[in-house]
Design a protein around this ligand. Structure first.
Ligand SMILES: NC(=O)c1ccc[n+]([C@@H]2O[C@H](COP(=O)([O-])OP(=O)(O)OC[C@H]3O[C@@H](n4cnc5c(N)ncnc54)[C@H](OP(=O)(O)O)[C@@H]3O)[C@@H](O)[C@H]2O)c1
Length: 255
């Protein structure tokens, strides 16, 4: 079996698992954060859980970049791909978990394990395409409309994701664990702008890399975050009688 055949098999497997997750997450929410509940096995602190489950993404991606082909890895676009990936994932793995308020809450080890498996496959389908299998992108790619538009989308998504998470963190004083109605930024329109921003980021990454791995990643992200946003949104409506009725779950004015 060739390397490319194996790559296609992994992509197909990830698409099938994205579809299965999408369907099942409408019926069973992942048991962490406000939807945490017993029955998911041993737990660890949310801070430790986030570090453990997200760290494989920047580390494996960097290792695959380093061991990939020099002509791809050290081209200007190859370095931009690396920089954007790391801008998101170094923050998610090593900064975000220490900013959690109420980070003493517990997270099931089973969820962490599933996320580690996903993040390893995901780093591989992205980096292996960019640094081994995909087309060699020279500096002219930096002026391609797909690259430029993708960068804008990624940057906007990154800003929205960071801003929205920051608003959530500022709702609690150190040591607090309760929930409040978030205000400001895109919370004016939707309950989960952090998820919306995350989706825009990876849609931008798929566009700027023009890579099948990144396309599968954004599909996976939607399969995971759209049902969770729906669950969060319903939870808000049930918990707060004065919850703004015009807010949607994840897509402004739409859903
Ligand atoms: N790429 C992907 O597939 C993927 C998957 C999952 C998450 N993510 C990203 O990871 C980040 C965190 O995700 P998450 O699912 O943990 O997000 P979340 O449910 O919105 O929670 C984020 C943090 O804010 C706190 N929080 C949320 N709503 C609050 C409220 N109304 N009042 C006070 N505190 C509140 C949460 O506390 P509690 O933990 O106590 O609820 C948690 O510490 C997001 O940026 C998301 O986009 C990405």
């Amino acid at each position: 079996m060739s390397d490319l055949d194996l790559y296609h098999i992994v992509l197909a497997g990830m698409l099938v698992s994205a579809l299965l997750s999408f369907i099942s997450l409408f019926f069973v929410s992942a048991a962490y954060g406000r939807h945490g509940r017993p029955g998911w096995g041993p737990t660890l602190s949310a801070t430790a859980g986030w570090v453990l489950m997200e760290a494989p993404s920047p580390l494996l991606f960097a290792a695959l970049w380093w061991t990939g082909e020099e002509s791809r890895g050290f081209s200007a676009p190859g370095l931009v791909f690396l920089a954007l990936w790391q801008a998101h994932y170094l923050h998610r793995a090593f900064v975000f978990p220490f900013r959690l308020r109420g980070g003493q809450t517990r997270m099931p080890l089973s969820i962490v394990a599933m996320a580690v498996v996903f993040n390893c496959f995901n780093a591989w389908i992205n980096a292996h395409w960019l640094y081994v299998l995909g087309p060699i992108r020279g500096s002219e790619w930096l002026l391609d409309p797909r690259f430029m538009l993708g960068c804008l989308l990624f940057a906007f998504g990154y800003f929205v994701n960071q801003q929205s998470d920051h608003i959530l963190f500022s709702l609690r004083k150190p040591g607090e664990t309760g929930y409040k109605i978030p205000q400001g930024g895109l919370y004016k329109y939707i309950s989960c702008p952090n998820y919306f921003g995350e989706l825009l980021e990876w849609a931008g990454f798929a566009l700027l890399t023009w890579s099948p791995g990144a396309l599968v990643f954004v599909i996976w992200t939607a399969a995971n975050l759209v049902p969770r946003a729906r669950t969060h949104h319903r939870w808000y409506l049930e918990k707060f009688l004065d919850y703004p009725p015009e807010r949607r779950a994840i897509f402004p004015f739409l859903y």
